[in-house]
Design a protein around this ligand. Sequence first.
Ligand code: GLN
Length: 477
Amino acid sequence: MNLGERSIDSIRADLLARKYSARELALEALAYAQAENPKTNAYLTFSPERALAAALEVDKKIFAGEELGPLAGVPIAIKDVIVTRDVRTTCGSKLLEHYIPPYDATAIQRIENAGGVIIGKTNCDEFAMGSSNENSAFGPVRNPIAPDRVPGGSSGGSAAAVAQGTAVLALGSDTGGSIRQPASFCGVTGVTPTYGRVSRYGLTAFASSLDHIGPFAKSVRDCAALLQVIAGRDEMDATSAFAPVPDYTAALGGGIRGMKIGLPREFFENLESETGDLIHAAVDVLKKLGCEVRDIRLPHTPYAIATYYIIATAEASSNLARYDGVRYTTRSKSARTLSEMYRLTRDEGFGAECKRRIMLGTYVLSAGYYDAYYLKAQKVRSLIARDYAEAFEQVDAIAGPVSPFPAFRLGEKVNDPVAMYLSDIFTITGDLAGIPCMSVPCGATRLGLPVGLQILTRHFDEISMFRVADAYQRASN
Ligand code: GLN
């Protein structure tokens, strides 16, 4: 069954009307996802046993007339950097090809407690490092809208699954744009919540001070409903926030008249392209909805890429040290000594991009260079965060492009890592500042390639972000 037209609410209504059981829906969703997968390679593993067990719980509740959880029966795909007990979790890496985690991420527990049905694990760039999904050890994902193009990355499999209609919801992770950019390339909605809003317990660490878990769905409403379930303090993650979780979906459906929206000059310079035209048209819709649009400045934006690729690689070089052949990983067979085991396991297991980042990260943290690179980058990160804080003294939300261009061709940027890094220019500052940001579809180019409008708000003000995105989505549909 193609789930492309389904929503959390429509599934709930169908289940309660006994049009189908949760078990039937899970079986049909799995069959469809498995049949479609060769077209995109969006899934690396399916989890039929787990899906059917969760669906059975939902059916029991329906039969007993008990209250259903907010995600009851909804088929969900999970990016393969989020650990799932007894279900293989590869992180897109050869090193973890056979890794079966002994525990669930907190987000996974919360989804299943809410009645969600996890149907499989989605392909991604190795350890979430990349912007095109081409860094996966298990082959790239194809964009369901244009199969010769990338779906974006690193959460390309999750975005493709929702776009393809093989899952209603998906979880991704975002460190420097990996939810918003694939959402925009695949024409779905994707949300990076405030840093600390969602527990990172069980999210395989890439750059811990930047990593976020966040939702994908067709609609803003469904993204908000999924965030509602996974958000909130978790004892298992010291950086998860104590701030109470407001009722996101209850805040939707209204108007946004009088809201002040900032357009950063730095995001609109050189945006003379079809992408630019679509973003300008989306801004016109916001104006028609009664928003007051203002030009603002985020003056440290030009330093964002350099800052990110110092901080992210520094943290990655430390986080990836654990993959040494002792635990988790596939161990090199040709090693004869302990040091050879470490070296060969890592040499054979990591792909080129991970190696590049481990070397860069180790370099910027090394004694002679720490102050020049890492410390400097941390200072610039503060300036970038301050740019946003000052902007939010004047406006309620910021709007702009997600990516300078739509989905590019497979292979087009693979051999030029710097060109690939530059494609993250508009997404990275949101992560560095730790503010909530999202991508909402805003039309397609003449070739039919989707483009996403980015909306950013103050820390923990997901409500304003959702209200703008939801009003825009309703007005533009
Ligand atoms: N494209 C960025 C990178 O390669 C972002 C990745 C991410 O957000 N996980 O690091």
